[in-house]
Every structure is written in structure tokens, then in C-alpha cells.
Design a protein. Sequence first.
Length: 217
Amino acid sequence: MASSSPTLWYKQTPHFVSLFVLLLISYFTWFRLGQPAPIAFWTAFSIPALHQIFVWLAWRLELQSSLVSKTLGFRAYLVIFFVLFVGRFLSLFLLAYLDRGTLGLNSSVQIAVTVICLCLSLYAIYSVRRYFGMARAAGADHFELSYRSLPMVNQGIFKYSSNSMYVYAFLLVWAIAIGLNSSAALIIAAYSHIYIWVHYYCTEKPDMDFIYSPKEP
């Protein structure tokens, strides 16, 4: 357990190295596809990066000096967080729509995989809202001490994984890409789902180790 709050740059070298590698892989794969819908593609790539970089900065600065609370305030932080969060899925949907039909999946496989991914992701989002709380999911425990005493959630989809938001909720990106049969959107879906795990290991987990470590009286 961490005894002091993580510094701003703690574990961010692997974060940005991973982002750069994902950028290269996404670019060369997209290039081999013939560079479809370039504006939509790079918008859909950029929003997850902006979202996760914003969260990294906000969380670490808040833990270090309460800077976000003193300037933006928690409510403004939540607005920016959820605008970017929703933007991830809207931009992916637009890309998938513009590039629809290019993946060439068998229709029965396409429907089956889409339904499975959609059901699991929507149940995860429902479980987060119903049992966990959207503010808590956005990192409220970085800002308000009252959230740090809340018990672990083991209801809904959290029965099956304590990290259901990343395991199941992000299956929505796969449902969008496969549902619209888009090869370009599938690249972004893979990147987005991998990159959220980079966020977990490089930013969220070190923060949680500090926030929930036993404190000396």
C-alpha cells in the first residue's frame, strides 16, 4: 500500500509509451485499410486519449494539492468527464456508421456477437448507475472523503468482477463496431478497450493503493 499520494508523473512513462504504441498500431492498420473516414477516425481516436489524460491530470493534481476543487470544482470536473466519456461512444458510432459494411462479417455472427456485447455492456452500465453511482465511477473518492468509507460493491454485475466497468461496460465499443460491421471502428474499439486498461494500471490502481491504504492516526 502507498503511504503518500502518487506524484503527477508516477507510472506515466508506461502510460505514454503505451499510447504511442497504440497510435502507431492504429495508424498502420488504418493505413492498410485505405485510410477510411480520416476525420471521423482520428476524432474517435483522440477523444479517449483526451479523456484519460484529463482524468490523470485531474486526479493526480487533486490528490497532491486539491487544485481541481479549488479551481474548476467537482461539478465542473464531472461535466467535463462525462462529456468526454459520452464523446468516446458517439464519435465511435459516427465512424462506424460512415465505414459501415466494410468488416465483412457473416450476419449471424455479427448479430450474435453484437447482442452479447450489448447486453453485457448495458447491464454493466445499469449496475454502475444502480449500485455504484456515476460520481463514484468518475473518481469522486479523489475529491470527497465521504466516498472513501463506502463498502465494496458486490451487486449486479459486480458479483462477477470487482472491475466490471472495464471488463464489461467497455464491450459497448465492440457492440458498436461489430453491429455496424465496420473495420475502422473495430480498430478504435480495440484501442479504446486496451487503453482503458492502461489507465487502470498506470493511473487508477496507484491512486487506489494510496486512497484506500490504512492511514496512521
